[in-house]
Design a binder for this molecule. Structure first.
Ligand code: AKG
Ligand code: FE2
Length: 351
């Protein structure tokens, strides 16, 4: 990436300093009772759901082990990600994302209106799913969205697709636990993902000569229901602690996944669980790779607080919004530099 282009340099208040390093970390949750559900009793499942609920409420983030995703496929996707990023730029640009189809390679994301120090490749978990043709609320057109896969690299495509399928099983287990934690039937939210618009992102953060002036991924909240993130042993993910807004560095635990609440779950739970601000820092020596999957409902799902969770005392805090339009709007805004950063709370109904 060469010397530092001013486009990357953050205003003072957003620079990555003031990290809490007192050993505190986000909750660690062992998913064995659900990944091994045939030999678990229902009480163990409910206890697990309660732990997930507590973590969603207090942090909006947690780490999971015994999650059921085979370590082989995870190693393999990290390997093909490295191979992809080692290709010449002109090769990567052949699968550049388009204006209306957000998958593919890009190196111009603006998380908080400032350029991120990273390059990414996005792919759809359910390739070819229907999405709104534009973010405009009155435009009814829907079109299939496809991932532009690199030619002559079948191993890349196959590995990415298999990884998506394996993580999907983990995601559905997590959604069951989340539903139970909210007092809902375990499969209450599952139908919303029938034609899911979920996408995975291979993040590559190259070393930066001035890591204190930039962010790999600027502070943001995820537009998903839940995000499932794999990182390796090079740390870099910071989460904003809800109690005092301090940044806490998430310590990598081998073979674990970091899970976080996204905007959609914030709306479904009517703010009981919140989508929390997080960011990724870079360093001056080592390349860092991470892979989040943003699990997102089908485009035509009407996002609103779940009926069973609202009543006269606790009215809906959000208006209805189509899930596909929300994603389209967020993606459209993330890649432009135009003076504001969009959050779900901007849509809140005034109390
Ligand atoms: O790289 C990381 O650890 C976090 C990336 C992230 O938050 C994102 O891509 O949405
Ligand atoms: Fe994120």
């Amino acid at each position: 990436m060469g010397g530092i282009d001013p486009l990357y340099i953050l205003p003072e208040e957003y620079r990555p300093k003031l990290i809490i390093t007192d050993g505190e970390d986000i909750p660690l949750i062992d998913l064995l009772p659900i990944t091994n559900r045939d030999s678990s009793d229902p009480k163990a499942l409910q206890e697990l759901a309660d732990k997930v609920g507590d973590a969603c409420k207090t942090w909006g983030f947690f780490t999971v082990i015994n999650h059921g995703v085979p370590s082989g496929i995870r190693k393999k996707i990290m390997e093909v990600s490295r191979k992809f990023y080692a290709l010449p730029l002109e090769e990567k640009l052949k699968v550049r994302r388009g204006d209306h189809n957000t998958a593919g390679y890009h190196n111009d994301e603006h998380s908080k209106d400032i350029k991120d120090w990273k390059e990414t490749f996005d792919f759809y978990v359910n390739d070819g799913m229907l999405m709104p043709a534009s973010h405009e609320p009155d435009d009814p057109e829907v079109v299939p969205w496809f991932t532009p896969w690199p030619h002559n690299f079948p191993e890349f495509r196959e590995t990415c697709q298999e990884y998506g399928r394996e993580c999907e099983k983990l995601f559905f287990n997590l959604m069951e636990l989340v539903s139970m934690s909210l007092g809902l039937p375990p499969k209450r939210l599952q139908g919303y993902f029938e034609n899911q618009a979920s996408f995975a992102r291979l993040n590559h953060y190259p070393p930066c000569p001035n890591p204190e002036l930039v962010l790999g991924t600027g502070g943001h909240r995820d537009p998903s229901a839940l995000t499932v993130l794999a990182q390796e042993d090079i740390e870099g993910l910071d989460v904003q602690r809800k109690s005092d807004k301090a940044w806490v560095r998430v310590k990598p635990i081998p073979d674990s996944f970091v899970i976080n609440v996204g905007d959609i779950l914030q709306v479904w739970s009517n703010d009981l669980y919140e989508s929390v601000e997080h960011r990724a820092v870079v360093n001056s020596e080592k390349d860092r790779y991470s892979i989040p999957i943003f699990f997102h409902p089908s485009h035509d799902v009407v996002m609103k607080p779940v009926d069973e969770l609202v009543n006269e005392q606790n009215p809906a805090k959000y208006p209805e919004y189509k899930a596909g339009k929300w994603l389209n709007l967020r993606m459209y805004n993330n890649y432009k530099k135009h003076g504001f950063y969009m959050k779900m709370t901007d849509f809140k109904i005034e109390a």
